[in-house]
Design a binder for this molecule. Structure first.
Ligand SMILES: [Zn+2]
Length: 462
């Protein structure tokens, strides 16, 4: 029997038998293996296969659900368990995307879509990103139904297509089926737990994310013979422009999430060197020097302080003795969520300060700029309690991820979205990497954490 320190959680205390818990964990594992075996490599996606699988499970359990979307091959899935009786409380949304990034079979030691279990690990594309979360969420939804848990708010399960490419799924849903997914808050990907050297287990709840901003620099000049150097050689102008933006110190800006994140990090013996630098980050002129000092010790931290600039693709010229008339660079910019694309582009133009170089944005999705999700919602506080009591060495901290998720689209609609730190990082992250895997113990523990979080957020009797 699991023990719950909150006596108000009668529904859990009464029905939470250890064999039910075991069934819940085993179901999560079976779902994950099944989901890995459904190849939803994006492109092309074919996420309808996952949506149909989820529908089959929901139908068998008597959970109302539907498959919906704008493209028959790329459908989304939504299921809903209703609150018992009338409620003022808005729903809890459990979300996880159904697509995965491609896997190169020559780089894997097992077939990437086999869902093989080896040495205590479930292997396969999606084992981390994001089918483990989807499996845990589905298992919890089924368990709520099976145990006939009385809910004080609706619980919605959403699996959306195309997160890894154009986020077409979430955008379609917001536009065409908002009332079906509208919720007070959501559990999403993007957070994780990690054991640090000092022995602490950090539960990093993602409340904010940086925004991919793809910038193209195009230099133009006149073509000519390589034997006669030209002042308007676009290769030279482009090279100078790249150097200028890459080396310019982007402004340092903290938000509610990163301010709290660094304050908590500096308390750990692992990172107490941060303490004297933090006040400098808030103080105009000293901020850039302090950020540079932080970069020298921990580039991961520095990337959370400012918009980052990584030139990644170059193209110019056809022949060594011909000066081309254009040269182009693509720059992977990850901007702070408080900055707009226009602000960043205007700053780059000013820094480059060269009329021969045009600064434009790559076509494609423009994810919205948003404030971090609140640290005082019922869901965030439930995660704080559940994670804290799960481990004596736990520390729970809000986190801004460098990577983007579908969460920013929902944050823009006013929903609080959290990358729940359900799973423990096991060595280096293999999300998007080779031999992606998650241990069965990690999946089981994360599923139980989610069960408790959902119980504390949506369980009646509180
Ligand atoms: Zn993902």
């Amino acid at each position: 029997m699991r023990r719950f320190p909150f006596p108000a959680l009668l529904f859990l205390a009464v029905s939470a038998h250890s064999q039910d818990d075991r069934a819940l964990r085993e179901r999560a594992q079976r779902y994950l293996i099944d989901l890995i075996r459904i190849d939803t490599t994006n492109p092309p996606g074919n996420e309808t296969r996952v949506a149909r699988y989820l529908k089959t499970v929901a139908d068998a359990e008597g959970i109302p659900s539907e498959v919906l979307g704008g493209d028959p091959a790329r459908m989304n899935f939504v299921a809903r368990l209703k609150a018992a009786g009338r409620t003022e409380l808005k729903p809890l949304l459990l979300m996880a995307h159904s697509d995965v990034v491609p896997a190169d079979p020559s780089q894997w030691t097992v077939p990437a879509f086999s869902g093989e279990v080896r040495d205590g690990y479930i292997l396969g594309r999606g084992a981390q990103d994001d089918k483990s979360l989807l499996a845990a969420e589905l298992a919890v939804l089924v368990e709520l139904k099976r145990r006939a848990v009385k809910l004080n708010r609706d619980v919605i399960l959403l699996s959306e297509a195309d997160e890894e490419a154009g986020s077409l799924g979430i955008q379609w849903l917001i536009k065409n089926a908002w009332d079906k997914i509208d919720a007070e808050f959501a559990v999403n990907e993007g957070g994780f737990a990690i054991d640090v050297h000092s022995g602490k287990r950090l539960f990093q709840i993602q409340t904010s994310e940086k925004i991919p901003t793809r910038v193209i620099l195009t230099a133009r000049g006149r073509a000519g013979h390589g034997s006669l150097p030209r002042a308007d050689n676009p290769v030279v102008h482009l090279a100078r422009a790249i150097t200028r933006i890459a080396e310019a110190g982007q402004p340092v800006r903290l938000n509610t999430t990163t301010r709290r994140y660094f304050a908590e990090m500096s308390k750990l013996s692992d990172h107490n060197w941060l303490s004297p630098l933090l006040p400098k980050l808030e103080n105009g002129r000293g901020a850039i020097a302090a950020a540079n000092e932080i970069r020298a010790r921990e580039p991961e931290f520095e990337a959370l302080l400012r918009t980052t600039v990584s030139p990644s693709m170059l193209s110019a010229g056809m022949k060594i003795n011909v000066i081309p008339n254009t040269a182009q660079a693509h720059v992977d910019v990850r901007r702070l969520p408080e900055e707009t694309r226009d602000e960043v582009m205007a700053r780059f133009r000013k820094t480059i300060d060269d009329p021969a170089v045009d600064v434009s944005s790559d076509a494609g999705q423009d994810m919205p700029s948003t404030e971090p999700s609140s640290l005082t919602t019922t869901l965030y506080q439930a995660m704080e309690r559940v994670f804290t009591r799960s481990n004596p060495a736990a520390a729970v901290i809000p986190y801004m991820s460098r990577g983007a998720t579908d969460g920013s689209y929902l944050r823009q609609k006013g929903m609080a979205v959290y990358g729940a730190a359900l799973f423990l990082r096991e060595g280096e992250s293999r999300a998007h990497g080779n031999d992606e895997r998650l241990s069965t113990a990690n999946l089981a523990a994360g599923t139980m954490l989610l069960w408790d979080v959902v119980g504390e957020t949506a369980g009646a009797g509180r």
